[in-house]
Design a protein around this ligand. Structure first.
Ligand SMILES: NC(=O)c1ccc[n+]([C@@H]2O[C@H](COP(=O)([O-])OP(=O)(O)OC[C@H]3O[C@@H](n4cnc5c(N)ncnc54)[C@H](OP(=O)(O)O)[C@@H]3O)[C@@H](O)[C@H]2O)c1
Length: 196
């Protein structure tokens, strides 16, 4: 697997470095590819956005929601046959995810909704009192193993919600905001599922 991380800010940087540290071939897709600093010492590479998408089979969207449609319009054909992981949140919009835009502009891509329900602090430090937080996600069953691998690479416990469950995933996003921000618990807040 080669994963392209589009967006080299807080979320893209944190996740891309974690993937690379776990040994996955990772290329950051950046508007300023000569700046290699986002990779740090992880072995990840940096390229322009088109080159990063072209060389990957899995593409993580870690850019502002306002930039997603243009990216998909421009690169929809290149995304054919690839897995697109949507971490971008259209906060305040009618729908926070971009499943509809991926289906429209990149119909040959596969879609996963993940890495969007927790503040990025919890991707950088996912363990609470020795227990890894859960990351809730949705994708086709066939992509589950890939997603579990990438989520585990970050140190989170994968919690699969099924295919086409991006709205349920986004419910966790709303819950996170309600607790972390609305109720003032702070951004170092995550979830763990209890079963017996
Ligand atoms: N912050 C969080 O805790 C959090 C948690 C979960 C999900 N998210 C979601 O993750 C996404 C990124 O958030 P962030 O906090 O990482 O933001 P950020 O730190 O501002 O980083 C955004 C990155 O996107 C890049 N970018 C912007 N427009 C682009 C374009 N047209 N093409 C390529 N790259 C572009 C920026 O590159 P330049 O340097 O070139 O401007 C920057 O590297 C957002 O959709 C957000 O909703 C955020």
């Amino acid at each position: 697997m080669t994963i392209a991380v589009i967006g080299t800010g807080f979320i893209g940087g944190t996740l891309g470095r974690a993937f690379a540290r776990a040994g996955h071939a990772t290329v950051f897709g950046s508007r300023h590819p000569d700046d290699k600093s986002v990779a740090g010492d992880t072995g990840a590479t940096t390229a322009g956005v088109p080159d990063a998408i072209a060389e990957a089979d899995t593409v993580l969207l870690a850019l502002p929601a306002a930039a997603v449609e243009d990216l998909l319009r421009t690169h929809g054909a290149t995304l054919d046959g690839k897995l697109v992981i949507d971490a971008a949140n259209n906060v305040g919009g009618p729908v926070a995810n971009h499943a509809g835009l991926v289906a429209r502009f990149a119909p040959g891509a596969r879609y996963a909704r993940a890495f969007n329900t927790l503040g990025g602090e919890n991707f950088a430090d996912p363990v609470f009192d020795g227990v890894a937080a859960d990351l809730f996600y949705s994708c086709a069953e066939a992509d589950r193993e890939t997603m579990d691998t990438l989520i585990s690479a970050v140190g989170l416990r994968p919690m699969y919600l099924g295919e086409g469950q991006q709205d349920v995933v986004d419910g966790m996003l709303r819950l996170w905001f309600a607790l972390a921000v609305g109720q003032g618990h702070g951004r170092n807040l995550a979830f763990r599922t209890l079963t017996r």
